[in-house]
Every structure is written in structure tokens, then in C-alpha cells.
Ligand binder design. Structure first.
Ligand code: ASP
Ligand code: MG
Length: 586
């Protein structure tokens, strides 16, 4: 007898017929002998309508009242869902978030779950009922209704699956699984039979849009296998699993984040604490920074560029200007018309030339790359917003994502890997939605090469990495800073053993393009891995602060959803590791 959590999104319960059809899915499971917990979203676009209603009253609705209003959407759908089950002759009980026992903090409209009591739900299940729980909502310690942020029903479902020790969590939605990219952007997109949590995390908040990323954080943290499948079509769906159980590919998907804005702080004194000054200010305002690129800098000065959601641009600019003045930076520039294209794959670290392939594809499509950051499983390029869709198409084709990988079977893999014990789940629940930093490791085997004052012509990154690739150099981290006055800076790391050869190659590239180069045969790269790294506004700062306090200068940074990499001077490697491990409680 299995325990299954089934979640139905707004489109799956958009009208009474659809509610009845969804109820049949829950009933079928119940009849097969499983215990079933259903989590439901508000019907159709009900939440949007409620938001519009509030806006018709006031521009700035009170956040507590907003939650009171928005939570009604799910209260309607759970009641109707329970009635549908009962009308078909089975037992069902609907529960609000508060009745389930979902306790959250008091951050109205984006509350974080603090704990879930399972007693009530377990008792109802034991009594033979199908439990219908309202998604997206909880209650704070003062008894106020809270909501978890738009799309939060996924989080409710996975969190419930985790605490109940469910065998799996099925997300029923209007798409039939996770695609290699958004099919609305690119019709050639293909459904994946499986994907790793980390890949999904990188894709989810980058715009793949299938699931709320906090729900994947939960799933990963508690080892809950998640099956995303269609409410309307009987196709297998996509299983989201640990990396070692998903198919390894250089790229599994391509994501587009359309609404990014770029800010550059120019000529910041290149000394410990500059990044901290900037990112602590942004974190204090709750602004989640996405891409961060710091160039190697010259004459004791460096540029720091970063992206934020377009909506946060005015606030971020104001804060950045304030910090610029305090630090003695010479200026702040920004651009509101950019988009970020990312290729994601847990297999890319094991394969040579993956980045080169992506940049070549973009160059061939005549798309100018404005900024680059990479992590072990992701390569992101910032492009003009108008080029976004074309960039996705080019990268998707470059990795032949429209074709199934050899050996990939077109059916969802079932079963789950090692899971934390029930006791362990309860213990970890205390800080359930906290940022989970899993590890911090030091890699002292890298050399850093930098091309300085590189004319920023289209295709320059592709050409550089084609040459680097021809020389047989295995590139790890790549950072291209935002070009200034038509000149870009590209830094990359290779194994130290290849430092001399890499320096020759880089010198050649620089000479032929009127650029200069710098090489450091030994640097220390620190990688912090975990979940929630990007969605928690202050994470970057938790990295910068301890390093600043220890007087350690940061040479290069790159960020992603599940990873933060920094490069510091080799002699600071061990000390940085110690400082960071302490800062993150490892
Ligand atoms: N009804 C809420 C929303 O539309 C929560 C959800 O659908 O997951 O955002
Ligand atoms: Mg929804």
C-alpha cells in the first residue's frame, strides 16, 4: 500500500467537469489500495482575478488582507473537489492549510513553511478518506492566513509528500512533462523521461516554468521523487530524480529568462569588501541577484556586473548608486533590455567543448553575447532581449535536443533512491525552507587565464573557445564581463598542469586581436553547493562577508541556482575554505 500525493494545478480544476475528472484520478488510486492526499490550486485563473479585484480597490493592498483574499481561491476548489469524490461514492475531507497544520513565518504573500503536523491527515487517511488539502496557504504563529507565493501549491504538495513519507508526488498540470525548453518558445522542444533535481532547479526559476522552484528544493532535500504529468493526456510524464538516477547528458535543457536587467558598477576599488558592500545592501532590500560577474580588473580597479529581475531594477539601481558613491566607483550603467539563455546538464562537466559549442551556435545565429557565467552544470549567456527566442533555438539545435539521447526510453522511471528516515525528516523540518548549503570544496588545481581589452565583436567568445578547444584544453569556469567602450574581458580556468600551454594559446589569441592577456598558473577555486542559493536574497552576501572580514580579495565569481563559485589567490585557498566552512556551519 503506497502513499501518493497528487497535486492538481489551476487548469486541471478549471471547471466542474475537470474537477470531476481529476477526482476520478484520485479515486482510481484509492481503489487500487493506495492512500491518497490531493493538493489543489485555485480554479483556472481565479488567483489572477482576485489579484485584479484587489488592484481595483487600491494600488497597494495590505499584504495580510491580500493573503486573506487569495487563500479563498483554494478554499473553493478543495470543497468542490471533496464533493466530487463524495458524489462518486467515496469518502473525502477537504482541509485548509491551517487545518492541515501548515505553519509558516509571517512574510505575507511569500511566506515560508516552518513546520507541518501530520497527525490530522494521517488520522483521516487511516479512516479511509481521501484527503483534499488546499495548496499555497498556511497559517502563522498568530493565526493569520499566509500564502506561499504564486505557484505555491507545488510547494505544498512536495512538502506534504516529504513529511508524510509519500512514495511519490505526482504533479498534474496542463503540460505532459518537463521539456527540453519551453514549447511555446520553441515547437521542437521534446519531453524528457527523466531529469535530475539540480537540472530542474537550474531550469525552473530560469523560465522553464513547469514547477515552482522551491518545490524542487524540497524534493531534493527530502529525496521525494516527483512525477510531472498531464491531467488531460495519458502520457508517461517526466520523473524528477537524484542526479545519479537521471540520464546524464551534456545538456538536458535550455532556459530563457526574458525579463532580466543588467547593472554594472564601474571601476570599483579591487579590494576585499567591495562585493560585500554592494550585495549586502541589495540583500537587505530583499532583491535576489541572479548573474554576478566580476572582471579581473586592472590598475587596482574592477567592474562588478549583475542581473536582477526587471521589476527590481529601479530599487536595485538606487541601492547600487548609493554604494557606488560610498566605494568611490566611477559610475553605474544599466540595461533593461536583456535576456538570459542557459544550457543546463549534469553531464556537461564530463565533456569537452560544451561551452564552445554553445557560443558557436549563438555566433552563427548572429547573436551577440554580452556576458557569460558558467557553473559545473550550467552555461548562461546574457543577450539582447529581442534575440532571446532565436538564442534558445540555436542552442537547442546545437545540442540536438530535439532528438532522444541514445538509450533514453520514452517512459518514466519509477521508484526512489535513499530517503531520510521519518525522524530525520522531522528534525530537518525545523528549518525546512532554510537555505541548505550542502558543501564547500576547494579546488587548487586550476590556472586562471584572462583576455583583457578584447574587441567585443560578435562571435568573439565562440572564436576564443574554439581555439582553446583545438589546443585540447579542458575549460572549467568561464566568465565574460559586461563590455565597456567596445572592449570585453573573458576569463577562464583550466587545469594547472596545462597552465603554460594555456598561456601560450591565450597570448596568441590576444596578439591576433589587439588584446592583452594575464595568466595566474595557480588559483584557488571554492565551490559552494546547496539548494535555494538564488532564491534566498542574501546568499551571495553570506559568501562575500566572511571573505571580506578575513581580508581575502575575490578575483572572479560565478553563480547559479545550486552553486556559487569564487576564485581567489592560491595562497588564500585553505584559509578561504576554513572561513567559508565556518560561515556556512559545515
Ligand atoms: N493559486 C495560486 C497561484 O495561482 C497557487 C498555485 O496555483 O499554485 O499562484
Ligand atoms: Mg497556478
Amino acid at each position: 500500500m503506497a502513499l501518493v500525493v497528487q497535486k492538481f494545478g489551476g487548469t486541471s480544476v478549471a471547471d466542474p467537469q475537470k474537477i470531476k475528472a481529476a477526482a476520478q484520478k484520485a479515486i482510481a488510486r484509492h481503489v487500487a489500495g493506495d492512500r491518497v492526499v490531493v493538493v489543489v490550486s485555485a480554479m483556472g485563473h481565479q488567483t489572477d482575478h482576485l489579484v485584479d479585484l484587489a488592484r481595483a480597490i487600491t494600488d497597494r493592498p495590505n499584504a495580510r488582507e491580500m493573503d486573506m483574499l487569495l487563500s479563498t481561491g483554494e478554499q473553493v476548489s478543495v470543497a468542490l473537489f471533496a464533493m466530487a469524490v463524495q458524489a462518486a461514492g467515496y469518502e473525502a475531507v477537504s482541509l485548509t492549510g491551517a487545518q492541515v497544520g501548515i505553519r509558516t513565518d509571517s512574510t505575507h504573500t511569500k511566506a515560508r513553511i516552518q513546520s507541518i503536523s501530520t497527525d490530522h491527515v494521517q488520522k483521516l487517511l487511516a479512516g479511509g478518506a481521501i484527503v483534499i488539502a488546499a495548496g499555497f496557504q498556511g497559517i502563522d504563529q498568530h493565526g493569520n492566513i499566509t500564502t506561499l507565493g504564486r505557484g505555491g501549491s507545488d510547494t505544498t504538495a512536495v512538502a506534504l509528500a516529504a513529511v508524510l513519507g509519500a512514495d511519490r508526488c505526482e504533479i498534474y498540470t496542463d503540460v505532459d512533462g518537463v521539456y527540453t525548453t519551453d514549447p511555446r518558445v520553441l515547437p521542437a522542444a521534446r519531453r524528457l523521461s527523466s531529469i535530475a533535481y539540480d537540472e530542474m532547479l537550474e531550469l525552473a526559476s530560469l523560465g522553464a516554468g513547469v514547477m515552482h522552484s522551491r518545490s524542487i528544493e524540497f524534493a531534493k532535500k527530502f529525496g521525494v521523487p516527483v512525477l510531472v504529468r498531464s491531467s488531460f493526456r495519458d502520457v508517461p510524464g517526466t520523473m524528477i530524480l537524484p542526479a545519479d538516477r537521471a540520464k546524464p547528458r551534456p545538456a538536458s535543457g535550455v532556459a530563457l529568462a526574458k525579463d532580466e536587467a543588467r547593472i554594472t558598477l564601474e571601476n570599483v576599488p579591487d579590494q576585499p569588501g567591495s562585493s560585500h558592500a554592494l550585495f549586502s545592501e541589495l540583500a537587505a532590500s530583499g532583491i535576489a541577484v541572479d548573474m554576478i560577474v566580476q572582471n579581473v580588473g586592472q590598475g587596482g580597479r574592477a567592474d562588478i556586473s549583475f542581473t536582477v529581475p526587471s521589476d527590481d531594477l529601479p530599487a536595485a539601481l538606487e541601492r547600487t548608486r548609493r554604494v557606488a558613491a560610498a566605494l568611490g566607483a566611477t559610475g553605474v550603467s544599466h540595461d533593461d533590455e536583456v535576456a538570459k539563455v542557459s544550457a543546463v546538464g549534469v553531464g556537461m562537466a564530463r565533456e569537452e567543448g560544451v561551452a564552445g559549442r554553445m557560443f558557436r551556435a549563438l555566433a552563427d545565429a548572429r547573436i551577440n553575447v554580452r556576458m557569460i557565467t558558467t557553473s559545473e552544470i550550467k552555461i548562461s549567456a546574457l543577450v539582447d532581449r529581442a534575440d532571446g527566442a532565436a538564442a534558445v533555438a540555436a542552442v537547442h539545435a546545437a545540442f540536438a535536443l530535439e532528438q532522444p539521447t541514445a538509450g533514453e526510453v520514452d517512459e518514466a522511471v519509477d521508484g526512489h533512491g535513499p530517503r531520510p528516515s521519518a525522524l530525520e525528516v522531522v528534525r530537518r523540518l525545523e528549518g525546512m525552507e532554510d537555505l541548505a548549503i550542502e558543501d564547500c570544496v576547494l579546488d587548487s588545481s586550476q590556472a586562471l587565464l584572462t583576455l583583457i581589452d578584447l574587441p567585443d565583436t560578435p562571435g568573439v567568445a565562440a572564436d576564443v573557445f574554439a581555439e582553446v578547444g583545438r589546443a585540447g584544453l579542458f575549460v572549467d569556469m568561464i566568465v565574460q564581463s559586461h563590455p565597456r567602450e567596445g572592449r570585453a574581458e573573458i576569463s577562464f580556468t583550466v587545469p594547472s598542469a596545462d597552465a603554460a600551454r594555456a598561456a601560450d594559446v591565450t597570448r596568441g589569441i590576444a596578439a591576433s586581436r589587439g588584446a592583452t592577456m594575464a595568466d595566474v598558473p595557480n588559483v584557488a577555486k571554492l565551490s559552494i553547493t546547496g539548494v535555494g542559493i538564488r532564491s534566498h536574497a542574501g546568499v551571495a552576501d553570506r559568501l562575500f562577508k566572511p571573505l571580506a572580514d578575513a581580508g581575502i580579495n575575490i578575483d572572479l565569481v560565478s553563480t547559479s541556482e545550486v552553486r556559487l563559485n569564487v576564485v581567489v589567490a592560491a595562497e588564500h585557498g585553505e584559509r578561504s575554505l576554513a572561513v567559508l566552512r565556518r560561515a556556512f556551519g559545515l
